[in-house]
Ligand binder design. Sequence first.
Ligand SMILES: Nc1ncnc2c1ncn2[C@@H]1O[C@H](COP(=O)(O)OP(=O)(O)OP(=O)(O)O)[C@@H](O)[C@H]1O
Ligand SMILES: [Mg+2]
Length: 280
Amino acid sequence: MKKLYKRPLRLAVYGKGGIGKSFVSANLSVLFAKDRRVIHVGCDPKGDSTRNLTAQNPPEPALGKLLDCAAPPESVSDLVRQGIRGVDCVEAGGPEPGEGCGGMGILKLFQFLTRTGFFKESDYQVQLFDVLGDVVCGGFVAPMRFAAPLTILVVVSEEVHSLFAANQVAKAVRRYADSGVSLAGLVLNRRDNLARVDHVGRFAEALGTTVIADLLRTPEVFDADVARKPVVVQEPTGLLAIEFHLLTERLREFEPEGSGTVTPLDSATFDALMFEAARP
Ligand SMILES: Nc1ncnc2c1ncn2[C@@H]1O[C@H](COP(=O)(O)OP(=O)(O)OP(=O)(O)O)[C@@H](O)[C@H]1O
Ligand SMILES: [Mg+2]
């Protein structure tokens, strides 16, 4: 039976470079596509967000099309390639290495989406933005600036620097909270399955949020990357698939109004929390 949805879900996935944002994003997009119309937007000049969704049919970077004065795109459909399980995919793209700011493609894409009314009206019930890891890039803040109301997920591991980056993202969430940007939680994507993780829960609590998913590091992800498929497609009954299903359910239930105030930690409090977590 098809579920009824309260409102479209506009989701942005943030986190430190290399932490697993594109991995989490691609798996969420295919699961949401079971019963909703989904657009997955790679907001990263590397252009690798949709790699596992579009093995047969990769999208051209939007930036090239947006700079084409002879035949500029008219609507988002001119930028979309259909991926696995019907997920519509867009890659912002960016300038060639050495030729300009990495955030340019993302900014131009969000300006285009705003200009064409995409954020006011769209057929997509899920709009997912997989955002680059660099917290001071202009492209980093574009989803918060242009696409509110917006729900944020931050991918972390048990490692201190990933939590430090999450604290920086929380500062941006607080800055844009009045425009309707809210934090749904931290996705713990474990680097080491045997490592202690209690400090991640305590950090989440101090931020005013929760650990909304707990993903193990598994070799199946490598196999899925080789096959260019999300792991939930490659291993639909595996442990990761179960956890991703739970995460989609939690996101369906997420109420931004009830999510409370995000309280980023000052640096002394952050250091003290990490110090407590250190081995004796
Ligand atoms: N739970 C996991 N188990 C095994 N491998 C994983 C897991 N999560 C991520 N990886 C692998 O780690 C690498 C980095 O993941 P990914 O590209 O999703 O990170 P990212 O945050 O999007 O990086 P970037 O900041 O460069 O965009 C990939 O090879 C991915 O397959
Ligand atoms: Mg990525």
